[in-house]
Design a protein around this ligand. Structure first.
Ligand SMILES: N[C@@H](CCC(=O)N[C@@H](CS)C(=O)NCC(=O)O)C(=O)O
Length: 89
């Protein structure tokens, strides 16, 4: 099971939530309130030393940060990342 550390008003989080949902990947959603410093705790910094959401935890425990990097990772091998350069653009 994937786990997404996220904050509902975040556009960066929304992109990841949207693609996970469109791909039909089930995930556990964990709120980290950026306005209450919940991304700057030792627990969270161990997941992302940059102290920002979104962070996707893969089923093997690997943590991925940076929304666009997460999107590239998730989209590979799916119609959301077409082979054709123009379609991809
Ligand atoms: N380049 C990053 C930006 C992530 C980012 O700025 N996240 C914000 C919320 S949208 C955040 O966690 N801010 C909390 C903080 O900086 O303490 C990405 O695309 O994921």
């Amino acid at each position: 099971m994937h786990t997404l550390y996220d904050y509902l008003p975040s556009g960066n989080g929304y992109k990841v939530r949207l693609l996970l949902t469109r791909l039909g990947i089930p995930f556990r959603w964990v709120k980290r309130d950026i306005l209450r410093g919940e991304t700057r705790t030792p627990e969270f910094l161990a997941r992302n030393p940059n102290g920002r959401i979104p962070v996707l935890e893969l089923p093997d425990g690997t943590h991925l940060a940076e929304s666009n990097a997460i999107l590239w990772y998730l989209a590979e091998g799916t119609p959301f990342l077409p082979d054709d350069r123009l379609q991809r653009a």
